[in-house]
Design a protein around this ligand. Structure first.
Ligand code: ASP
Ligand code: MG
Length: 425
């Protein structure tokens, strides 16, 4: 008998109908002879609504209470789901993250899982139950406080449980048919990917693709757990994310040269203007940013003007950290010695990802030509072995994604990608 972990996102359990539909699918998996563990997210936009509520009573809620509040969302969906399954004549038990043995560090709002001790889940399964686990939450090892794993963290819960229970597969059910070559909300002709390696999926996730979180893919790669991303609204095969390519018919699915195009409009750009071009300046700027616990993305230093000996340094960071970064730099301006700061949050990033670019010349040229033909101006460029990213005006992003997608022959000629649910919030 196989053990499968299934995860259902908020849009799959948005209302009572959704919960009943998902319950049927879970029962199917059980009837096929599997032991089934289900990880569930909060219904629809519940988490966002709880956050709105918290902001109304306090501008800076304490991390501990904030986590206690947010985990309520998953408690609601897990209990309702267990009830719906019982109503279909099968036995199910729901568990909070803490009861399921999800142990984390004590960083509220973005805790990391450090251990999973799923004793109670094992017992529930051995007694013939379907186990339903609240996603996105755990309990801190030291203080025994309730923690959350950061937005979208239910995927990580699912993979962590799959690893701890030695599951055959972790199925992530969502509101699209799988991982696409671009966001199907932007590119109607995006194509579903049958198989993608952990490496390419990690790059897509860190470049703004929202279908799977980076942490979840990282975890799956570390423990070599195959992920099957698929829709809870259709019966179609989705996308396999794994180290080994899958077989289709009697053939291996080939590694694509380009896996896809990701975009991200959640970042801002800060330019430090008039930095003396001498050793130690960049170090002082980025130590200031690091001390404020801000993660950067791209960094660019321009050549200095010979007449002044001054240069500009630009970097991108999450918009949500913009204020903090500006304040930290201003405070340290006397020590660093720059002229001024420029803050720009009207930027977007487009990234092309694919392990095949290592060995195929001309990928960069084609990428830039496509952008130039569409009249899109490039502001920053950064590359890794398997990724090229550019920063452009935010307004240009949708068109840029579409032209790059077409230029690399990724457009699908069959049916358009379907987005089944979700408000995209
Ligand atoms: N409910 C949480 C969120 O909306 C966790 C999740 O959906 O994975 O972020
Ligand atoms: Mg959610």
């Amino acid at each position: 008998m196989g053990l499968v972990v299934q995860k259902y996102g908020g849009s799959s359990v948005a209302d009572a109908e959704g919960i009943k539909r998902v319950a049927k699918r879970i029962v199917e998996a059980k009837k096929n002879g599997n032991q089934v563990v289900v990880v569930v997210s909060a219904m629809g936009d519940t988490t966002d609504e709880l956050i709105d509520l918290a902001e109304q009573v306090s501008p800076m809620p304490s991390g501990r209470e904030f986590d206690m509040l947010l985990t309520a969302g998953e408690r609601i969906s897990m209990a309702l789901l267990a009830m719906a399954i019982k109503n279909l004549g099968h036995s199910a038990q729901s568990f909070t993250g803490s009861q399921a043995g999800v142990i984390t560090d004590s960083v509220h709002n973005k805790a990391r899982i450090i251990d999973v001790t799923p004793g109670r889940i094992r017992t529930a399964l051995d007694e013939g139950n379907i186990a339903i686990v609240a996603g996105f939450q755990g309990v801190s090892q030291d203080k025994k406080d309730i923690t959350t794993l950061g937005r979208g963290g239910s995927d990580t819960t699912a993979v962590a449980l799959a690893a701890a229970l030695d599951a055959e597969v972790c199925e992530i059910y969502t509101d699209v048919d799988g991982v696409f070559t671009a966001d199907p909300r932007v590119v109607k002709k995006a194509r579903k990917i049958d198989w993608i390696s952990f490496e390419d999926m990690l790059e897509l996730a860190s470049s703004g693709s929202k279908v799977l979180l980076h942490r979840c893919v990282e975890y799956a790669r570390r423990y070599n757990i195959p992920i099957h991303v698929r829709s809870s609204f259709s019966g179609l095969q989705g996308t396999w994310v794994s180290s080994e390519s899958i077989e289709q018919g009697d053939q291996k699915v080939e590694q694509a040269i380009i896996s896809g195009v990701a975009h991200d409009t959640s970042e801002a750009k800060i330019t430090v203007v008039g930095v003396p071009d001498k050793p130690g300046e960049a170090a002082a700027i980025f130590r200031t940013i690091a001390n404020a616990e801000i993660n950067l993305d791209m960094v660019v230093q321009n050549v200095s003007a010979a007449s002044t000996g001054l240069t500009d340094i630009s970097f991108t960071l999450p918009k949500t950290e913009g204020r903090k970064a500006i304040d930290a730099l201003e405070r340290n301006r006397p020590g660093i010695g720059f002229d001024s700061l420029r803050y720009d949050d009207q930027i977007g990033k487009i990234s092309l990802v694919g392990a095949g670019m290592k060995t195929n010349p001309g990928v960069t040229a084609t990428f830039f030509e496509a952008l130039s033909d569409a009249g899109v101006n490039i502001e920053l460029i950064s590359t890794s072995e398997i990724r090229i990213s550019v920063v452009t005006r935010a307004d240009d992003v949708p068109e840029a994604v579409r032209v790059v997608h077409t230029a690399f022959g990724l457009d699908s000629d069959s049916a358009e990608a379907v987005v089944y649910g979700g408000t995209g919030r």
